[in-house]
Design a protein around this ligand. Structure first.
Ligand SMILES: NC(=O)C1=CN([C@@H]2O[C@H](COP(=O)(O)OP(=O)(O)OC[C@H]3O[C@@H](n4cnc5c(N)ncnc54)[C@H](OP(=O)(O)O)[C@@H]3O)[C@@H](O)[C@H]2O)C=CC1
Ligand SMILES: O=C([O-])CC(=O)C(=O)O
Length: 261
């Protein structure tokens, strides 16, 4: 299988490393123009437009973030290639969601949402076949995991040396739009379950946290779900859980599997 990745950051590097020497070949990395122009010929080819995607590319994988999904997603789908993304919070933008849906229909291609840094989405998806009454997601990271996010406007993150502080409470849509690099899990939980406007979200900076903790509390006809997952972060970033990168790899590998979840 031949795939292209969007981005060359922490998640993309994990995927490139994991696929090296396997039967899944990376045809190109789609990056910003200045980065593509500086390509030195080593490693996967760097390109900056979807028109440059090598013809034999069968699948594209977004590991870059909301702006990249917005910039490249519609053209990839309308061009007939399936796309896997971890930038799930971008779908809180209703116009982008409509654009991606229309592009996928026009191109006969599908957008696959990787499960990312959380588990339990299968429970929520099945549970909503009955009545799902309440879903609350709590995201907890060490202060440095929130650097560059709106948490900086609410808290003095470097000064938080012990204990924890809430810096966001609201809906999953509000969280996803305000925290594009930190609330994709909130959006995934919402899209799997009660939706972006009915899923409650709390985001916490915790000086005592040793990893990124994701909690789901849900109730409905199915019963009750209480899930807590504490994830290690990737070595390249204190923000991103390793499980997010692993889920992308899993989604890619699943494309080749005859029998899969
Ligand atoms: N669903 C989930 O559970 C999770 C989802 N995520 C999502 O994944 C994204 C990537 O995470 P991570 O790898 O840690 O982030 P990094 O910041 O390490 O890497 C992002 C990469 O994408 C590139 N990029 C960003 N925007 C564009 C663009 N418009 N065009 C081309 N390239 C672009 C960056 O390039 P440059 O350096 O040039 O800016 C960089 O190479 C996050 O922003 C977040 O949205 C992350 C964690 C969990
Ligand atoms: O990687 C994580 O732990 C979660 C994250 O950043 C996100 O939800 O966007």
């Amino acid at each position: 299988m031949n795939i292209a990745l969007i981005g060359n950051g922490a998640i993309a590097k994990y995927i490139v490393n994991a696929l090296t020497g396997t039967r899944i070949r990376i045809t190109a990395l789609l990056v910003r123009p200045e980065r593509a122009a500086a390509w030195d010929g080593t490693g996967p080819r760097l390109i900056s437009t979807t028109a440059e995607l090598p013809e034999d590319t069968q699948l594209v994988v977004d590991c870059a973030g909301h702006s990249a999904l917005r910039a490249f997603g519609p053209a990839i789908l309308s061009g007939g290639r399936d796309l896997i993304t971890v930038s799930i919070g971008a779908l809180a933008d209703a116009m982008l969601l409509a654009e991606l849906t229309a592009a996928g229909q026009a191109g006969g291609a599908r957008l696959h949402l990787a499960s990312g840094a959380i588990g339990g989405l299968d429970v929520l998806r099945a549970a909503r076949a009955g009545q799902l009454r309440h879903v609350h997601y709590t995201g907890r990271k060490p202060p440095k995991g929130w650097a560059g996010s709106p948490a900086e406007k609410v808290l003095d993150l470097p000064a938080l040396k012990s204990g924890s502080a809430v810096h966001f409470e609201g809906t999953a849509r509000q969280a996803a739009l305000a925290y594009p690099k930190n609330a994709n899990v909130a959006a995934a939980v919402a899209l799997a379950g009660l939706g972006l406007d009915d899923t409650r979200v709390t985001l916490i900076a915790d000086a005592d946290a040793t990893g990124n903790t994701h909690q789901i509390e849900a109730q409905g006809d199915f019963g009750e779900l209480s899930l807590t997952l504490t994830g290690h972060t990737l070595p390249d970033t204190p923000r991103t859980s390793a499980l997010a990168a692993m889920s992308v790899l899993c989604a890619i590998q699943d494309r080749r599997a005859t029998i899969h979840f």
